[in-house]
Write a protein that binds this ligand. Sequence first.
Ligand code: ASP
Length: 306
Amino acid sequence: MVIHGGAGTILKKNMTPEKEAAYTEVLKDALQKGKSILANGGSSKDAVIQTIELMENSPLFNAGKGAVFTNDGTNKLDASIMDGATLDAGAVGGIGLVKNPIKAANAVMENSEHVLLSGAGAEAFCKTQNLEFVDPKYFFTEKRWQSLQRALDKENGMGNIFESNPDYKFGTVGAVALDMEGNIVAGTSTGGMTNKRFDRIGDSPIIGAGTYADNQTCGVSCTGHGEYFIRYAVAHDVSAQLEYSNKSLDEAANYTINEKLVEAGGSGGLIALDKKGNISMPFNTEGMYRGYITDKEQYIGIYKND
Ligand code: ASP
């Protein structure tokens, strides 16, 4: 299993040892959770949902509790999941009342005939699905509130915080797992971008952009400047290279992130896991919270040279 907790301007000089330890601990817990499910013969779907749920419940990441604020001071969450065995997929965009958006995405996949539901309609569907609802205040964290205030101070007309803030940190979470049956599942969950407006939705709930899984190729979860990830269909681009060329997973993932996206000016990274269990975690930012676990080893990294 491989996970990420977002890419961005994550520099050692800006981190305290306490903060670093806190991030590492949640990443470790998430990997252990996934491993315990997979090692006991559980499905990659359960591993992905429960791992992402754990990260959504941590205020450290921009997903679930800890999600960033929109321009009008609300939290609007996006998530998606895809099953590589069937190519079934489910996603939600712009929801603010369901505690764990990854579970909402899964409910769309499992119990609706649709792939992507948004806003109040998605929440009405979730009401029928036995999902935990919370007061919108649940998502409030002081840190993200302050980020919104800084963004509002700096904004350059249309509220494009990314362009006006080179220190942007993404904090989206994602997971890809391969189970004993050879099934690959990928999922992604995010609060999107600080100061977003006009009901902006990024790549995270877009199948083929932020998330993709196909047992014949690989599973992918992305984090970064969503508009680029949508236009370059990043998650599917990695899978397509495996399908149509002889590239390795690492070559394909690196090509998309470190050549195509860099040329285009799109910041971010992705995690990918192929049908043979190969893992790739490229990013073109200063850092990316990331980790993987196999039956033999566990790795956690934050900065470029980890
Ligand atoms: N990709 C997400 C978005 O554009 C942001 C992120 O990865 O942090 O909504």
